[in-house]
Design a protein around this ligand. Structure first.
Ligand code: UDP
Length: 239
């Protein structure tokens, strides 16, 4: 377990809702939740300040087939509520492991979470608390990837860690093209020219314009978050 000084002092970790699905087809699998919490404990051992943006796709996505008959704004509001549910689950799992946390929500759920106040979030981070940002940016028509980019900028994170199901960015879809190769590093401009899909366009542009590097890596490999935090070789670094 790396307890050495982390390479990145302040980190924004983006977890998609799917990270919590585990063996289920939707919702929150206690085993997956527990394993992610454990990985976060491991990653923050050396003193890295960690903020997390969690998605809601395991429960509800405003653009999903199920949402087709529902007004888009309402469907997106439901998606933002889903991220609050996930944030509370993650908070519980982390606090069960004695990690102090605060959930801040961009939509008002004052009985359950603090409002999103960036100065306060920064203070929590300085005190060693993990801050979980819920409720997306609080507006429909956005994603939690864009939220992650925005919060990373706002808290002056040195890197955005995008934990996914794949181990990095490939020249082509590795499932369809066996000749596809993985990039170790990649420039934002190259990703745009080659139309490589890493995050949605607004999230990507925010990171590029504000010089926030993005590390794309596989969440399902044990120890990967800690490795990323310590600057060990993992995934693809977009910079
Ligand atoms: N959402 C939104 N505004 C935001 C962030 C999220 O309306 O700022 C809604 C949107 O409907 C989205 C859902 O919340 O589909 C869940 O977020 P996302 O799809 O980004 O979750 P993930 O794919 O990361 O699990």
């Amino acid at each position: 377990m790396p307890t050495t000084k982390p390479k990145y002092r302040r980190i924004l970790l983006k977890l998609s809702g799917e990270a919590l699905v585990g063996d289920l087809d939707h919702g929150i699998d206690p085993k997956a939740l527990s394993s992610i919490a454990q990985e976060i404990v491991r990653a923050t051992k050396g003193g890295a300040q960690m903020a997390i943006v969690i998605g809601g796709g395991n429960i509800w996505r405003g653009t999903s087939d199920e949402a087709a008959g529902i007004n888009r704004v309402t469907a997106d509001n439901m998606g933002m509520m889903a991220t609050v549910i996930n944030a509370l689950a993650l908070q519980d799992a982390l606090e069960a492991r004695r990690v102090p946390t605060r959930v801040q929500s961009a939509i008002e759920v004052n009985k359950l979470a603090e409002p999103c106040i960036l100065r306060r979030a920064t203070r929590h981070l300085e005190k060693g608390r993990v801050v979980i940002f819920a409720g997306g940016i609080g507006s429909p028509y956005f994603t939690t990837d864009t939220t992650a980019a925005l919060r990373a900028i706002e808290i002056s994170a040195q890197i955005l860690l995008k934990a996914t199901k794949v181990d990095g960015v490939y020249t082509d879809d590795p499932q369809k093209n066996p000749k596809a190769t993985k990039y170790k590093t990649l420039r934002f401009e190259e990703a745009i020219v080659k139309r490589l899909k890493i995050m949605d366009t607004s999230a990507f542009t925010l990171c590029m314009d504000n010089k926030i590097p993005v590390l794309v890596f596989d969440l399902n490999v044990s120890g990967n978050i800690a490795k990323a935090v310590h600057g060990e070789k993992v995934g693809t670094l977009v910079h």
